[in-house]
Design a protein. Structure first.
Length: 566
């Protein structure tokens, strides 16, 4: 008999309480908004049962692979044991399984099979939305693959890209190819027109060889890529600026000795997040390539890819928010503090409800862009729809990318200290969210893109319970219209300074309209109405609020600079 045998904490005894872990359940069944949206717009049984089965697979099987991709990141082997340069990017078995799964589940193919007409993109993106937070970032190569297929389709599926198109869009895993998107060089990722130094040297057979240095290339284990370069004339001269850029198609292949043809992998990037993805610096040293745009029309040609990858980015952003909310609300049913479950603390529920409202907005914004894309591709879009797609793509990308970081960060806090612990898998969600506002165009660069194409439509329906929300959206829309008219008369540079707030205003007003629209559906729930009302309580038109404070006046840039460099 010893006193210590009654003590719960002694030697090997570490106490008897262990916190239950949050459980990932079928992300399709757990998502009332997704299911409601699909019931409303795409109620086909085949779609719903496919998404339900896929959701089950994600929860039970795929999520573990995603984790494996994170803990077993890619590495670069420069040399073989005998000193020969090989540049092998070694990826995990889970990363390779993601490739097979992506083909078999049609994660790119669905968008091109168009079995559900104008709703095919909504179906495809719903599947990616379920997949994304468990995908080990395989959504990155899929986005670029989809973007490359879109570019090829837009220029015409013929030699030399016909085989590539069929491989990018196949469901056969052994034939499936992924694509890279190599735009960024050391001098510029945003300012591609100035930053691109890569030159294209024409060959006698009409093809080219590329020489340059690509500073960021993601998922570099891709089978092919689209990339920008300047065609040299006979004297070796090139045209500067955007007008000198052409778009090239290149296959990433190896010679009989296993060496990459015309490419050296300088190194893999050491990144904050997206560690699952091999992101490399590449020396292009005579990479064989085919020009697929007219000379000097590279940027407008690759813009089709940007549209697709930016939409994928928005879907991933909304999906990250959704995942953290799903896990947090599950945890709130398991964790007790101050004598009751977290779900019974109203302040904690308020925090989760605010995250849910943001997720509602991000989901509806992203899906609406997918809807518009599907309409355009099926030839049923009006001219207004086409303009709206062009306008909303950067708006939705920039807004959801930023909000994902805020919501996921708040989400981590809802697990307390455990949210900060690596092997829970939660910190990776935040690291991966942080990139969403950087790649595929930063917030400011996309805000300026919005200025290229300002146009707006009204989607308001008056329903009494929603009256305050309708009033708020209507008022904000009028304010926005007045702002745009007035700003057009102001000095040069005024609109540039307002670009980010303008883009935010567009996102918030349009999301408000979508939330109201969804809440007006006859099968909408009380929570749909509540979400719309809550969304519309925020400042829907920050551009006007900031304008009233003089934020865009010509006096502010020198004050900003002085403040920053004080
Ligand atoms: O980051 C990258 C890959 C990351 C991995 C993939 C992740 C996918 C998501 C996964 C989710 C998990 S790839 C690198 C991405 N890079 C960028 O996004 C570049 C950011 N910079 C811009 O967006 C710039 O605005 C540029 C480079 C597109 C254009 O800048 P410029 O040089 O000022 O261009 P201009 O002169 O204004 O435009 C040239 C032409 C014009 O047409 P024309 O000549 O007919 O007047 C523009 O109207 O291109 C047209 N254009 C567009 N057209 C420019 N942007 C667009 C657009 N977005 N759509 C249609
Ligand atoms: P900069 O352009 O130098 O931007 C710096 C800051 O200046 C930003 O805040 C920006 O918003 C601001 N800024 C720039 N211009 C303006 C302006 N006119 N007005 C106001 N503000 C401005 N690229 C590829 O091509 N292929 C890839 O596969 C790829 N993968 C990537 C993977 C990762 C993990 C990351 C982090 C990046 C990747 N990129 C890739 C590069 C990415 O697209 C660029 O980093 C991004 O577009 C920004 O370009 P930059 O780095 O040159 O930043």
């Amino acid at each position: 008999w010893e006193a210590s045998s009654f003590l719960p904490f002694s030697r090997a005894r570490i106490g008897s309480f262990f916190q239950e872990t949050p459980v990932l359940k079928n992300p399709f069944l757990e998502d009332a908004l997704l299911r409601g949206y699909l019931r409303r717009h795409l109620p086909q049984g085949a779609v719903l049962s496919d998404l339900c089965a896929f959701g089950e697979r994600v929860a039970i099987e795929v999520d573990k692979w995603g984790r494996e991709c994170e803990v077993n990141p890619p590495r670069l082997v420069h040399f073989d044991p005998w000193g020969r340069r090989v540049d092998h990017i070694v990826t995990s078995p889970a990363w390779k399984r993601m490739k097979d799964l992506s083909a078999q589940e049609g994660l790119v193919a669905i968008g091109y099979e168009r079995s559900f007409g104008e709703w095919s993109r909504v179906y495809q993106m719903s599947k990616l939305y379920i997949f994304s937070p468990s995908a080990g970032l395989y959504t990155c190569p899929l986005a670029m693959t989809d973007g490359a297929a879109k570019v090829i389709q837009s220029i015409g599926v013929s030699w030399p890209v016909d085989e590539a198109f069929s491989r990018l869009t196949t469901r056969q895993s052994e034939r499936f190819w992924t694509s890279g998107q190599w735009m960024t060089e050391r001098q510029g990722g945003s300012d591609v027109a100035t930053g691109t130094e890569t030159v294209a040297v024409s060959q006698t057979d009409g093809s080219y060889k590329l020489h340059g240095f690509k500073w960021f290339t993601s998922a570099t284990d891709a089978d092919m890529t689209l990339t920008l370069a300047r065609v040299q004339d006979r004297t070796g001269a090139t045209t500067p600026g955007s007008r000198g850029l052409s778009l090239f198609y290149a296959e990433v292949s190896r010679d009989e000795d296993g060496r990459l043809k015309g490419i050296e992998v300088q190194r893999l990037k050491d990144k904050l997040g997206t560690r699952q993805v091999p992101t490399a610096e590449l020396l292009l040293d005579g990479l064989p390539a085919h020009r697929i745009s007219e000379e000097g029309r590279g940027v407008p040609c690759i813009a089709n890819m940007l549209t697709i990858t930016r939409i994928h980015n928005s879907i991933s952003a909304a999906a990250a928010m959704r995942r953290v909310v799903q896990l947090a609300r599950d945890y709130a049913t398991r964790r007790t503090a101050f004598g009751k479950l977290l779900r019974d603390h109203p302040l904690h529920m308020q925090t989760l409800a605010r995250m849910e409202v943001e997720t509602h907005g991000a989901f509806l914004l992203s899906m609406d862009v997918c809807r518009l894309l599907g309409q355009e591709e099926s030839g049923v879009a009006t001219q207004l729809d086409t303009h709206l797609l062009r306008l909303l793509t950067p708006v939705v990308k920039l807004y959801t990318g930023k909000q994902a970081v805020a919501v996921v960060s708040e989400g981590l806090e809802s697990f307390g200290g455990q949210g900060y612990i690596e092997d829970t898998g939660l910190p990776g969600l935040l690291r991966d969210a942080q990139v969403l506002s950087i790649w595929e165009g930063t917030t400011n660069v996309l805000s300026l893109d919005v200025l290229r194409c300002v146009a707006l439509t009204k989607r308001l329906t008056d329903v009494s319970t929603l009256a305050p929300a309708v009033k708020a959206v209507d008022g904000a829309l009028s304010q926005l219209q007045m702002f745009v008219q007035e700003a057009a008369t102001r000095e040069p540079g005024y609109l540039d300074l307002a670009a980010r707030d303008l883009a935010y205003s567009l996102a918030r007003i349009y999301a408000g309209a979508l939330l109201i629209d969804h809440a007006c559906w006859k099968e909408a729930s009380a929570s749909d109405t509540y979400a719309a009302l809550r969304w519309c309580e925020q400042d829907l038109c920050p551009v006007v609020t900031k304008q009233a404070r003089g934020c865009y006046d010509p006096s502010t840039p020198p004050l900003d600079s002085a403040l920053v460099y004080d």
